[in-house]
Design a protein around this ligand. Structure first.
Ligand SMILES: Nc1ncnc2c1ncn2[C@@H]1O[C@H](COP(=O)(O)OP(=O)(O)O)[C@@H](O)[C@H]1O
Ligand SMILES: [Mg+2]
Length: 261
């Protein structure tokens, strides 16, 4: 019942209390309030004293598409490794979908990674001699699903990246752009909370690179949360948010609308 209806039926009277309205923040909205990525004061030092990350604060919310940009050696890949829980920080805290990385054993961390995070790398990292569909199905290896179901989901994921007709092809029978789309299908087949891509267009010609970026934009439109490293300023300009790294520090974040140092 709308307020207009109420006042028409009860002129001059207080509205009749109706059934309790649902809370504004339903379960889905409460879940959305937990950031997918939350880094606080993250430092990463490599053996030999290289401080690759120097106090990084970064929050990525559900449904964001974030570009991580910066010069070579600035710490972008290190940041992606830390976000991806492939590496632990020297100092600071990392929480992925509300799970604090420091409190997890390596085994639990692997499980978290398998369940929550998909990775895409510049060099594709497909298994050679293995068909596209089986490469994609590998993304579900730790899902506990039976093989037939994994292959069916993999076939669907390949269709989603426009490669339904290449399912039987092995990597050496695919172009660079197609290989990267297979890698993206493998990364998203398990519907991770977060897709991380390190220079996914770095080994591709312009047209294939654009197709890959279009695919990432489309996946984001469907709800995927994505962080993508790029040194291509044109690609970065088209992303809704960019985080700029220099010397291991966040020096600008378009989400905050200003340069931070
Ligand atoms: N495994 C490692 N061991 C030692 N130093 C490293 C390692 N990985 C990266 N570095 C150093 O950390 C810094 C940041 O590297 P990286 O994160 O790869 O930067 P980017 O991806 O922006 O090019 C560089 O100085 C690099 O040489
Ligand atoms: Mg790098």
């Amino acid at each position: 019942m709308t307020d207009t209806m109420r006042s028409a039926e009860n002129p001059g009277l207080a509205p009749i209390p109706g059934p309790t309205p649902p809370p504004i923040a339903g379960p889905a909205l409460v879940a959305a309030a937990v950031p997918v990525v939350e880094l606080r004061g993250v430092v990463k030092e490599y053996a030999g004293g290289v401080r690759a990350l120097d106090g990084v604060d970064l929050t990525i919310g559900e449904g964001e598409l974030v570009g991580i940009v910066g010069p070579s050696g600035s710490g972008k890949s290190t940041l992606l490794h830390i976000i991806g829980t492939l590496d632990r920080p020297t100092a600071g805290t990392v929480a992925i979908a509300g799970h604090h990385v420091a409190s997890l054993t390596d085994r639990r961390l692997s499980a978290l990674r398998a369940r929550h995070i998909g990775f895409v790398f510049q060099a594709f990292h497909l298994a050679p001699g293995v068909s596209a569909v089986d490469n994609v199905a590998e993304g579900l290896l730790y899902s506990g699903l039976p093989r037939a179901r994994r292959r069916r989901l993999a076939t669907e994921a390949l269709a989603r990246v426009g490669l339904a007709d290449r399912a039987r092809h092995r990597p050496h029978e695919l172009s660079g752009g197609q290989k990267q789309r297979v890698a993206i299908a493998r990364a998203v087949v398990g519907q991770p909370d977060l897709l991380l891509a390190d220079e996914p267009t770095g080994a591709l010609d312009t047209a294939s690179g654009e197709a890959v970026m279009e695919l990432l934009h489309a996946l984001n439109q469907e709800g995927a949360t994505i962080a993508v490293i790029t040194h291509d300023t044109e690609i970065a300009q088209r992303l809704p948010r960019t985080v700029r790294i220099r010397d291991g520090k966040v020096v600008a974040d378009s989400a905050r609308g200003k340069v931070v140092v």
